[in-house]
Ligand binder design. Structure first.
Ligand code: HEM
Length: 142
């Protein structure tokens, strides 16, 4: 049965997004390369700051999918401004996201979420790459 509204890009519920986001950031916190970057930007321990971040991320996904319009941020600006984030990290982030989506969602919903994450991820990676080039430094590709 489809629960999608006409403006939704594909069928997924807010509850399914919450489940995916919760498990994904649990794994991010434990990740040897990505965990420390998020610990610096959000909080070193799990707690209220992390719940607020996850709520913001869930709103971002609902906005990207067309479920609602409550997200008001600018991810490109945020990722370009964070000097810990480098282009070569996106494939690791995306691999973890795809793995988690495949565990939490049906195959069709996981494929749709993963395709959307890939598109947004390529765009953010490009933004971070050109930031590094604008500083006059050769881009770090690892
Ligand atoms: C190299 C991979 C990535 C890293 C290391 C990373 C890291 C971070 C960090 C540390 C923050 C917290 C804000 C801050 O830095 O001040 C953040 C925010 C965010 N990230 Fe990422 N990110 C990555 C990729 C992605 C991708 C691929 C997406 C979407 C598909 C995404 C979506 C977001 C969103 C929506 C926010 C919240 C922005 C806001 O405050 O409105 N990130 N990210």
């Amino acid at each position: 049965m489809s629960t999608a509204t006409p403006i939704q890009k594909f069928d997924i519920t807010a509850e399914e997004i919450d489940a995916l986001v919760g498990l994904f950031y649990q794994r991010i916190r434990a990740h040897p390369m990505l965990g420390p970057i998020f610990a610096r930007a959000i909080a070193s321990q799990d707690g209220p700051e992390w719940r607020a971040h996850e709520a913001r991320i869930a709103a971002f996904w609902r906005n990207a999918i067309g479920i609602d319009r409550s997200y008001d941020g600018n991810p490109m600006q945020v990722h370009r401004a964070n000097r810990d984030i480098h282009p070569g990290m996106f494939s690791t982030w995306l691999d973890l996201f795809h793995m988690t989506a495949a565990e939490v969602l049906s195959p069709e919903k996981a494929a749709n979420m993963s395709a959307l994450a890939e598109r947004i991820g390529q765009s953010l990676r490009y933004g971070v790459t050109t930031r590094d080039e604008q500083r006059g430094a050769p881009p770090i590709l690892r």
